[in-house]
Design a protein around this ligand. Structure first.
Ligand SMILES: Cc1cc2nc3c(=O)[nH]c(=O)nc-3n(C[C@H](O)[C@H](O)[C@H](O)COP(=O)(O)OP(=O)(O)OC[C@H]3O[C@@H](n4cnc5c(N)ncnc54)[C@H](O)[C@@H]3O)c2cc1C
Length: 451
């Protein structure tokens, strides 16, 4: 596709070219090398989007779909000769239904806007992650994002009821479902969820909402070893039905938070593990105090501190959200979001951390994760870009050898493609390739991502 084709067929305000293309379109949040796209397509409506994809297919112009570009797998970073397709102007909340407890939004609406719109109606959208202000509805759907409350509400896939998407040939696939149960035919939206924009462009999504519970209790717990962490998980799940977050911070993570941000220590001394828990309650009772008191009595945890108000709860979460600052400071970093079966997590983390230290003396490591979901984050740096692939080989090799996955959240994108074969079978990958070839025979959309 050339500028001429665009000028003739698209209205002027539907694309940027030349000097009007700002740096922000050149990369996502990952370490993938930035590449400035020549043109940025910016649809306002579903029909614009459909027309653009038809044009791109007809002229075999490669496109990469961009949401908020907070992705950490390089999927939204343009490659050579690719144009960006940004859904940033498809940013309307289309409908909120307080009785059916659903919200329908265009793909470019931010996660935070979804959360705030739901809250204004006494409802709650349970997906939450550090990039909430910028990550979009389309992006969280395309990456099947996880986050801080998966333990209670599941990943994004479990929160999506309906979707309108445009296939690479411009065809609109409208599955405008608002029902929790609907078994009429294939659930086609699943083709677009978690497939990282390879099979189509998401135009709008209908998400499930939940009643907002009146009381949310947030606490930090200190544990002396990983067995105590898993014991606390079991104890909290049993005693606290509204347990919605269980975030584990290793001592190396706390060290970075304290030294980098100047935040205060949480306890009178540093413990090997700090666990941030959040519990949703229907009323203001002392269930959390009691459960944590019992945990201390039983020797499961050493100490605990419970937020006394919302401001303090926000301060607690700021320790967890400090990861954005830590990642910037660790650059160039290698950032893992692996999945490890919880029973194998203790040995795995000990083994991998020791192996990294032995192979790369002086490496800086930060370990944390949504451990209730078996999702471990490990970020590290030696300061040398050349160490990236050897570090990845070491960690992915150990993770896949014990039945783990190379990505529990961020997806494959461009960056983890070489290791997909280590956790999916040849036959599975061949089927993914057949689906791609069927829906996108000219291979114009997000070429080279995932498969
Ligand atoms: C500080 C920070 C914290 C994070 N925490 C988490 C976390 O806890 N859990 C988690 O899962 N992720 C996390 N992430 C990663 C990231 O926020 C998520 O992957 C998010 O879902 C990406 O949304 P986005 O709109 O920015 O997508 P982008 O980065 O723009 O795109 C991501 C992928 O989706 C595709 N895509 C985007 N929009 C569309 C669309 N409309 N249709 C089709 N394909 C599309 C892109 O082509 C690309 O392949 C974090 C990132 C940061 C920076």
């Amino acid at each position: 596709m050339s500028y001429g084709d665009i000028r003739d067929k698209l209205a002027d305000d539907l694309y940027l070219s030349g000097a009007a293309v700002q740096d922000k379109y050149a990369k996502d949040w990952s370490e993938a090398a930035a590449h400035m796209p020549e043109v940025v397509l910016r649809p306002r409506t579903l029909d614009d989007l459909s027309q653009m994809l038809r044009l791109a297919q007809d002229h075999e112009q490669r496109l990469v779909t961009q949401g908020g570009r907070t992705g950490l797998a390089g999927g939204a970073t343009p490659q050579q000769s690719e144009w960006a397709l940004s859904v940033e102007r498809m940013n309307k909340v289309l409908e909120i239904d307080p009785i059916g407890q659903t919200i329908t939004v265009e793909a470019g609406v931010s996660l935070q806007t979804i959360q705030e719109t739901a809250e204004a109606h006494g409802l709650m959208f349970p997906l939450d992650l550090g990039a909430r202000g910028t990550a979009t509805a389309g992006g969280i759907a395309a990456t099947n994002a996880g986050g801080n409350q998966v333990i209670q509400y599941g990943v994004t896939r479990q929160l999506i009821l309906g979707m309108v998407a445009v296939l690479p040939d411009g065809q609109i696939m409208a599955q405008s479902n608002q029902l929790l149960k609907n078994n009429a035919g294939f659930d086609l939206k699943q083709l677009l969820i978690g497939t990282e924009g390879v099979l189509g462009v998401i135009a709008s999504v209908t998400f499930r909402l939940f009643p907002k519970r009146d009381v949310v209790r947030t606490a930090f717990c200190a544990a002396k070893d990983f067995d105590c962490v898993t014991a606390l998980l079991f104890h909290a799940q049993k005693q606290l039905v509204g347990l919605s977050s269980f975030e584990v911070l290793w001592d190396d993570y706390m060290e970075e938070v304290v030294s980098l941000t100047g935040k205060a220590e949480l306890f009178d001394r540093r413990y090997p593990f700090t666990v941030l828990i959040e519990v949703e309650q229907a009323s203001d009772n002392d269930d959390v105090e009691q459960a944590l008191h019992v945990a201390i009595e039983k020797g499961i945890i050493e100490d605990a501190v419970i937020a006394q108000n919302q401001t303090q709860a926000a301060t607690f979460w700021s320790y967890r959200d400090a990861i954005a600052e830590i990642l910037s400071d660790l650059a160039p970093n290698v950032n893992f979001d692996i999945g490890i079966p919880v029973p194998k997590m203790k040995d795995f983390t000990q083994d991998v951390r020791a192996a990294l230290q032995a192979e790369f003396p002086g490496i800086r490591q930060v370990t944390f994760g949504h451990i209730g979901d078996g999702n471990l984050h490990l970020s590290c740096t030696t300061g040398d870009d050349n160490d990236q692939v050897p570090i990845e080989n070491l960690v992915f090799g150990k993770a896949t050898a014990i039945g783990g996955t190379i990505t529990a959240e961020h997806g494959i994108g461009m960056l983890k493609k070489p290791w997909l074969k280590d956790c999916r079978t040849q036959e599975e990958i061949a089927l993914m390739q057949r689906l791609k070839a069927m829906l996108d025979p000219a291979d114009i959309l997000n070429k080279g991502r995932v498969i």
